[in-house]
Each structure stands twice: as structure tokens, then as C-alpha cells.
Design a protein around this ligand. Structure first.
Ligand code: C2E
Ligand code: MG
Ligand code: MG
Ligand code: MG
Length: 284
């Protein structure tokens, strides 16, 4: 048994070496993809269901891989997590979103854009300064049209320091949302301490709310919290008209989801804005 254990350990070591090597290689691939401009931002509209007003679009990263095609963030973001590269990638996302806002501005379109920001990125001590520089370099993009969606709030280490960073960014005109609200630990503490205007109800609650009364109760609770704390609430993952109707009945009027629009290339957004109409059931 001892012998077998030894062999196992040996095998485990080899497996670990392979994993480490694979991780290193994948990081290198991502680094060169960044330099070769293989990343793109897709945009998913956010709307006010009752009026049909388009309130903005969320930028969602994709990797246009030369062999594997269009890859979702889940295929590569976990690899860069905890690496310096995630900071570089995060800056690329903000910069590209600002370029896009500039391009839309030139076309006469004012479209607020939200960008996802990971906990590590937000905890960089120079985050607000870098943001200020990027805004300075994109004078046609109105900072009031830029929103940052904070991901993984439970991974935030120093809430006081993070609120200071958020406040410094707010001075620049940029606003904040708490993404995936309701998941992770102590959402309530974050709600109290982080000066973010918007709560994005996590799509896992929205998806099952038609069948699962617990999820429905959670959504009701989040809408109530948002009202009590004078925050705005938006539901992600609105896949059907029925989802929208129930959310409206509960007082959640802002939404995003496949039932409204899937994430699309930036070039498709102007046409989508021209043609989209909310469902009659929402407007009545
Ligand atoms: P998220 O920020 O919560 O974004 C919403 C995700 O839900 C997106 O997936 C979107 O395509 C998907 N979605 C939207 N509506 C529906 C719907 O009705 N049904 C379903 N099933 N899904 C819907 P995506 O683009 O794969 O992004 C996944 C996550 O990756 C994001 O979740 C966010 O956490 C992260 N992410 C995306 N882009 C970036 C980025 O630029 N930087 C960082 N740090 N993270 C990003
Ligand atoms: Mg630029
Ligand atoms: Mg988001
Ligand atoms: Mg989410």
C-alpha cells in the first residue's frame, strides 16, 4: 500500500507539473491574443421595460480565437484570475469601451456603457488615477455614460479602501453597480458600505423565478432593499415576456436578457436600437 501511495504521489506530481505548464502556456496565449487584438467586446442592451427606453449596454468580453472561434469569458477569464494579466485585460476593456462610446458619439448616438470590473482590479491602489487618465484620453466619451459593474464583491478585502476608490471614481462622473447581487456572502454589508447606485439581481434567481417561489421571494426582497436604500434595481437573465411581466409587477422595471437581446457586436447596436420595441404586455 505504501508503494502504491508513493506511486500515486508521483503521478500526482506529474499531473501538477502538466497543469502548471498548461496554465503557463495558456497565459502566454492570452497575452499574445491581447497584443494581436483577438479580444472583442460584445454589447447587450439594457432597457426600461415599461417605456421601452434603452438605458445602456453592457460590454462583455469575447475571444475571437483563430482556431476555436468565439470564446466566452468563462473559457479564459479564470486562467488570468490572480495574474497581473487580468489587470492589463481589464484596462483593455475600459479603453475599448471608451473607444466605442467615442465612435457612437461621432455617429450622434449617446449610449451609456457598463463595464465589468473584478475585485482585484478595483483594489489596485491606482485604479481611480488610471481611470482618470483613460477618460482624459477619450474626451468625447462622457464619464456620466460609463458605469462600472463590480463583480465578486465577496472577494473584496478592504471595504473601506474600496469605497474610497469608488468615491474617487464617482468624482470623475463614473457610476457603479453591484453585479450578481444576492449571490456570495454578506451582500447586505456591501449594500450598506459600497456607494453603488444599481443592484443587478443575479440571473440565477431570475431564471427560475417562474417555478421556484424561493427565488421569487429573494427577488421581492432585493427589490424591497433597493427601495429602502434608494438604489436602482435591474434584473439580469430576463429570457421571456413572462419573466418581464412578473418583474414589472414586483416593481423592477429595468432589465437585460436574451428575451430582450443577446449580446451582439458593437456594429449591430445602432440598428437594434432603431428596430426594438418592448412587448405589449410590458407597456400596458
Ligand atoms: P455578468 O457580468 O453577470 O454578465 C451577464 C452574463 O449573462 C453574460 O454572459 C451574458 O451573455 C449572460 N446573459 C445575459 N442575458 C442572459 C439570459 O437571458 N440568459 C442567460 N442564460 N444568460 C444571459 P457572458 O458574456 O458569458 O459573461 C459571463 C461573465 O463573465 C459576466 O457575468 C462577468 O462576470 C464576466 N465578464 C464578462 N465580460 C467581462 C469583462 O470584460 N471583464 C471581467 N472582469 N469580467 C467579464
Ligand atoms: Mg483609446
Ligand atoms: Mg456584468
Ligand atoms: Mg451577473
Amino acid at each position: 500500500a505504501k508503494q502504491a501511495g508513493k506511486n500515486c504521489y508521483h503521478l500526482f506530481d506529474i499531473a501538477k507539473d502538466v497543469a502548471v505548464k498548461h496554465q503557463r502556456e495558456t497565459l502566454e496565449h492570452i497575452r499574445s491574443a491581447l497584443h494581436n487584438q483577438e479580444f472583442v467586446l460584445y454589447y447587450q442592451p439594457k432597457v426600461h421595460m415599461r417605456t421601452g427606453k434603452i438605458i445602456g449596454a453592457e460590454a462583455l468580453i469575447r475571444w475571437q480565437h483563430p482556431q476555436y472561434g468565439l470564446l466566452p469569458p468563462a473559457a479564459f477569464l479564470p486562467v488570468v484570475e490572480n495574474h497581473l494579466l487580468s489587470i492589463e485585460l481589464g484596462e483593455w476593456v475600459i479603453e475599448t469601451a471608451l473607444d466605442q462610446m467615442t465612435e457612437w458619439e461621432v455617429m450622434g448616438l449617446e449610449i451609456p456603457v457598463s463595464v465589468n470590473i473584478g475585485a482585484i482590479q478595483l483594489q489596485q491602489s491606482n485604479f481611480a488615477e488610471r481611470l482618470e487618465e483613460l477618460l482624459f484620453l477619450h474626451p468625447a466619451a462622457n464619464p456620466r455614460n460609463l458605469e462600472l459593474e463590480i463583480l465578486e464583491t465577496s472577494a473584496l478585502e478592504d471595504i473601506t479602501q474600496v469605497s474610497a476608490v469608488i468615491n474617487a471614481c464617482k468624482v470623475l462622473g463614473v457610476s457603479f453597480a453591484l453585479d450578481d447581487f444576492g449571490t456570495g456572502y454578506s451582500s447586505l454589508a456591501y449594500l450598506k458600505k459600497l456607494p453603488a447606485q444599481v443592484l443587478k439581481i443575479d440571473q440565477s434567481f431570475v431564471r427560475d423565478m417562474l417555478e421556484d417561489t424561493d427565488d421569487l421571494a429573494i427577488i421581492k426582497g432585493i427589490v424591497g432593499l433597493a427601495n429602502a436604500f434608494h438604489r436602482t434595481v435591474l434584473a439580469e437573465g430576463v429570457e421571456t415576456i413572462a419573466h418581464g411581466e412578473i418583474l414589472l409587477a414586483m416593481g423592477c422595471e429595468l432589465a437585460q436578457g436574451y428575451g430582450i437581446a443577446r449580446p451582439m457586436p458593437a456594429a449591430a447596436i445602432p440598428e437594434w436600437i432603431k428596430t426594438w420595441r418592448p412587448d405589449d404586455a410590458w407597456v400596458k
